[in-house]
Design a protein around this ligand. Structure first.
Ligand SMILES: NC(=O)c1ccc[n+]([C@@H]2O[C@H](COP(=O)([O-])OP(=O)(O)OC[C@H]3O[C@@H](n4cnc5c(N)ncnc54)[C@H](OP(=O)(O)O)[C@@H]3O)[C@@H](O)[C@H]2O)c1
Length: 266
């Protein structure tokens, strides 16, 4: 299926590992130019090398890295400036940088909530505020917010992250109606447990909070997934490509859940 993404300009935050890396690689493989935002420049370089492996030197021009912390408002501005530098447009934004801590609520300091909200909730909102005006001017743009099943299905050991996620569902639905007037679409992908470095870290933190081993925590997680296995980052990337393509042009303001069937209720 030709997704028609050749020549598009995309920004991906949290792009050097996990889901962000999978989205960056998938967009690049479809012919888009990709601005990859992450803090650690060494890790970003390794990510770029992995994407460019076996590709010609000219193609390297289609990847730009921005070393920045999405906690800082200036990083959003830098990312947008870098994207506009390609050919004066921003077609796609994948908001993905987030790293809330898991742990027992009563031992969780207030700062853990503020950190999660500042990075993920405000980080995504800031990026939309910076990038969307350019999309509105173009009367074309596509935004995907990577949120997470905990937004609808909270657990006591992940409340800093789940409250940020719940607010992002609200934000996405609300702003979608404003952006729709200018043919800018914004949707959420909510992954369930996805096989990334962060999932490893969360499994360790959750195990500690519950007083069980990491192996027991992982076994518990897999047993709770009806399909019996974690999601691959490439699955999230594949859905993101579809959402930012023109194949489903009427979808906006909604949430796509990819979680092996784990979400309870209707
Ligand atoms: N994995 C899951 O099971 C799962 C489930 C539901 C939702 N999600 C959501 O999916 C998103 C990605 O998760 P992941 O598992 O792919 O994470 P990951 O494997 O830990 O990768 C995180 C990426 O984000 C970057 N990053 C972290 N903090 C950053 C910051 N302050 N500023 C800029 N970049 C930052 C990291 O690079 P640097 O450290 O170099 O900055 C890295 O490139 C998150 O929003 C997460 O909440 C994940």
């Amino acid at each position: 299926m030709d997704l028609g993404l050749g020549g598009k300009v995309a920004i991906v935050t949290g792009a050097s590992a996990g889901i962000g890396f999978a989205c960056s690689r998938a967009l690049f493989q479809e012919g888009a130019a990709v601005v990859m935002v992450a803090r650690d420049p060494d890790r970003a370089r390794q990510a770029v090398d992995a994407i460019l492996s076996g590709r010609s030197r000219e193609e390297a021009a289609r990847i730009i890295t921005v070393a920045g912390d999405m906690n800082e408002p200036q990083t959003a501005k830098q990312a947008v400036t870098a994207a506009l530098g390609v050919n004066g447009r921003i077609d796609i934004l994948i908001n993905n940088a987030g790293s809330a801590k898991a742990g027992s609520f009563f031992e969780m300091p207030e700062e853990a909530f503020l950190e999660a909200w500042n990075l993920k909730l405000l980080g995504y909102i800031r990026m939309v505020k910076e990038a969307a005006p350019h999309m509105i001017k173009q009367r074309d743009g596509r935004i995907v917010n990577i949120v997470g099943g905990a937004g609808r299905t909270p657990t006591p050991a992940f409340l800093a992250g789940s409250t940020a996620n719940a607010a992002l569902l609200n934000f996405t639905r609300g702003i979608s109606k404003e952006l729709a007037k200018s043919n800018v679409r914004i949707n959420v992908i909510s992954p369930g447990a996805t096989n990334t470095e962060r999932a490893e870290k969360l499994a360790r933190q959750n195990a500690e909070a519950k007083g069980i081993t990491v192996e027991a925590q992982k076994a518990e997680m897999n047993a709770a997934i009806p399909l019996g296995h974690m999601v691959a980052p490439s699955e999230i990337a594949a859905m993101a490509l579809l959402l930012v393509s023109d194949h489903v042009p009427s979808i906006t303001g909604t949430e796509i859940v990819i979680d092996g069937g784990q979400q309870p209720g209707v």
